[in-house]
Design a protein around this ligand. Structure first.
Ligand code: SAH
Ligand code: TMP
Length: 385
């Protein structure tokens, strides 16, 4: 597989980087992770393609996240550190709420976007050493937060060691990521790509925290990215633990979520999509219909390359991120063009690669649908909606 966010120009086709995408589960601790991890500098650098602010619904979600954390802290002058702060979509709300804040993200271009809004951000990979630096420059943190970032970090032990050092004794570490239970239940096999090194369940998070003297005190389901879980974490023994945590772990055990067999269903679902999706696209194309990809998401790299979708089937992808325009999708090299071209020249069918933002997009595309346009989705099944 190519790197999911490595949109490229034609000069770089020959030197494109590929890696072996395979997923394993540890039946002892429940962690699900990539077998081969890609060097972090190859994925997160000054040309990072993903900007959080491209989804208005996610920006609203991050505002609510920040307000919830401030309410939970309920103390004067809190200091909040965000890991994977990207363009500042969540930091912004902490700043607005009057909190001292610091974002940490290794991608220089997105960090610059945050700094331009006056948000304090440092450009580095958060791990034990950066936690020490922050501790000596700013003091301990009342809260450490992260969204869709912990799952990007295979060297998670160093990060958790840093969290333990940096977090005040009565502080909170709150993070959320796509939830393994939902990935498996919906057959969302395109969540598997280079940047997603870990796929969390409550059980695996519980087990990865224990050696660091940290524990989950509460959890909350989140209706974003196809189903996410938010974990409220504290120093072990410092806060009461919600009974829901043990309840969900028991459920995960009963559902076999941390066993190899749990993956058989998603594997056969992926194989079915691999047959049905190209077939549907070919049938539509052969009957003279126009098809355009909707949103050049990171996830689309998996579905496009695994299913063998080529520019002959999907001639271009419309996307709202200027940094991706004029470039080609990783692997299959499908051109990415501005969303405005989609509006000017709507296709008969839009292959929805951003199915995780479906609610926001269907709302936005009422005129397209009213004009006869249709969406093709493939999670949980291949169908026209
Ligand atoms: N929190 C944002 C961004 C998610 S994308 C959101 O939910 O929209 C993941 C981000 O994590 C990227 O911006 C990437 O550069 C950053 N990242 C990856 N490894 C990191 C690390 N070790 N420390 C801090 N940020 C990291
Ligand atoms: P992701 O799925 O990798 O997080 O990235 C989302 C991509 O989808 C990003 O490139 C922006 C794009 N997008 C659109 O083009 N239109 C939209 O309405 C939304 C929500 C996202």
């Amino acid at each position: 597989m190519p790197l999911a966010d490595a949109f490229l120009d034609s000069a770089r086709f020959q030197s494109e980087y590929f890696f072996d995408l395979n997923v394993g589960v540890c039946e002892r601790c429940g962690m699900v992770q990539l077998g081969d991890v890609v060097d972090r500098e190859r994925m997160f650098h000054g040309d990072y393609a993903f900007f959080s602010s491209t989804s208005t619904r996610m920006v609203a979600h991050f505002q609510a996240f920040a307000r919830r954390v401030l309410k939970e802290l309920d103390r004067p002058d809190p200091f909040v550190v965000e890991i994977g702060s990207n363009d500042g979509s969540m930091l912004h709300e902490f700043a607005r709420g009057g909190a001292r804040h610091l974002g940490v993200d290794p991608a220089a271009n997105v960090v610059e976007a945050a700094r331009q809004q006056g948000l304090r951000s440092v450009c580095e990979f958060f791990e034990e050493a950066s936690a020490e630096r922050i501790l000596s420059s700013d003091g301990p943190a009342d809260a450490i937060v992260a969204a869709n970032c912990m799952c990007h970090i295979p060297y998670i032990s160093s990060v958790l060691g840093g969290v333990r050092r940096l977090l005040k004794p009565d502080g909170l570490f709150v993070f959320e990521d796509p939830y393994l239970g939902d990935i498996l239940a919906t057959g969302a096999f395109d969540q598997f790509y280079d940047e997603h090194a870990l796929y969390f369940s409550v059980t695996s998070v519980h087990n990865m925290l224990a050696p660091h003297g940290l524990e989950i005190v509460a959890i909350e389901r989140q209706n974003v990215h196809g189903g996410s879980m938010r974990y409220y974490i504290a120093h072990a023994g410092s806060r009461p633990r919600s009974p829901e945590v043990d309840g969900v772990m028991a459920e995960e055990h009963a559902n076999g979520l941390t066993r190899r067999t749990a993956f058989e269903a998603i594997a056969s679902r992926a194989a079915r999509v691999r047959t049905e999706l190209p077939e549907l696209l070919r049938r539509l194309r052969d009957s003279g219909k126009s098809i355009v990809g909707y949103a050049a998401t990171a996830k689309s790299a998996t579905v496009i390359n695994y299913c063998g979708i080529t520019p002959e089937l999907v001639p271009w992808i419309a996307d709202t991120t200027p940094a991706k325009h004029g470039l080609f999708s990783p692997g299959a090299h499908i051109p990415v063009r501005p969303y405005e071209e989609f509006v000017r020249n709507p296709p008969d069918y839009a292959l929805l690669f951003a199915w995780n933002h479906a609610a926001e997009i269907f709302e936005k595309e009422r005129a397209y649908v009213a004009g006869g346009g249709r969406f093709i989705v493939y999670v949980p099944d291949v169908k026209i909606v």
